[in-house]
Design a protein around this ligand. Structure first.
Ligand code: SF4
Ligand code: SF4
Length: 270
């Protein structure tokens, strides 16, 4: 896919909604290539890098963070109206991330009571969701946080009028290409690699660890029920597996509706 570049130096903004700002930090972590790369853009706003901010029309807006309050939603709509392209960066902006883990399970009032001791929605909180639930998103760069090489490649693609290319296959593919032993088969670890978007070069299995799903489930390709069944067969109970799946993908269509079966005695929960 391509897009039409109107300015020789595209005007860009990098914005945060609710999140830890780790994705902006990963852009800044480009270090050696950062100055040369960003010099090719006209930066109108970059919250984590500078207090300078110009409220103007943009060619590309990069947004991290979930929509978790009325205020987030207002900011998002304003950015969308004023940007030709909107790129969601990181799992918060794409799926709602950890703050969406209890969506559809507990009410906002219950969460307010648990965390702040009051039932009133004093922060005008919304169920945390990705930005695509509210506005059109032109491209996504997954991860918690994003991979700096992937964001570098995305900037270069956009400069050339192309849309960023993100893998549409699972972490297992990179795991096998690297020749790593499968931690589900060899050690019965609860790896989520079969349903998670590749692009991290199977970092965790490469260290002998199970994938916890930080790059989010693969849209349109994820078979969460099959993953649930695979981990059940390894002795994990439903509550544990579903919590694990919801950690980065509580809003994900195939995951949010998974129900807990009565756990049998002796099933693993860690
Ligand atoms: S270790 Fe995980 S990512 Fe690697 S093949 Fe097994 S399930 Fe897939
Ligand atoms: S292996 Fe899984 S948890 Fe580890 S970095 Fe990759 S996607 Fe994230």
């Amino acid at each position: 896919m391509t897009w039409i570049i109107k300015n020789e130096k595209p005007k860009i903004g990098v914005f945060s909604l609710t999140g830890c700002a780790g994705d902006q930090l990963m852009i800044l972590n480009l270090e050696d290539t950062l100055i040369e790369l960003l010099a090719k853009f006209d930066i109108k706003s970059f919250q984590e890098a500078s207090s300078y901010s110009e409220n103007t029309k943009l060619d590309i807006a990069f947004i991290e963070g979930s929509v978790s309050t009325d205020h987030d939603l207002k900011i998002l709509k304003n950015i969308r109206e004023n940007s030709s392209l909107l790129v969601a960066i990181g799992d918060c902006a794409i799926n709602g991330c950890v703050q969406a883990m209890r969506n559809n399970q507990t009410s906002i009032a219950e969460r307010m009571l648990d965390v702040y001791g009051v039932k009133d929605n004093v922060y005008n909180a919304l169920e945390p969701k990705g930005v695509g639930e509210y506005v059109k998103v032109d491209a996504e760069i997954p991860g918690c946080p994003i991979e700096k090489e992937e964001v570098f490649n995305a900037f270069i693609s956009l400069l050339n009028g192309d849309m960023p290319l993100i893998p549409d296959y699972p972490v297992c593919v990179e795991c096998k290409l690297n020749g790593y032993p499968c931690v589900i088969i060899e050690e019965s670890k609860p790896c989520l690699g079969p349903i998670i978007t590749a692009g991290c070069d199977a970092r965790c299995p490469g260290l002998g660890l199970d994938c916890i799903g930080c790059r989010g489930a693969i849209r349109g390709e994820t078979n969460a029920k099959a993953e649930l069944e695979t981990l059940r067969k390894r002795g994990y109970n439903d509550k544990y597996i579903i919590n694990r799946l919801r950690f980065f993908a509580g809003n994900f269509e195939d995951i949010k509706n998974l129900g807990v079966r009565e756990a049998s005695k002796g099933e693993r929960d860690e």
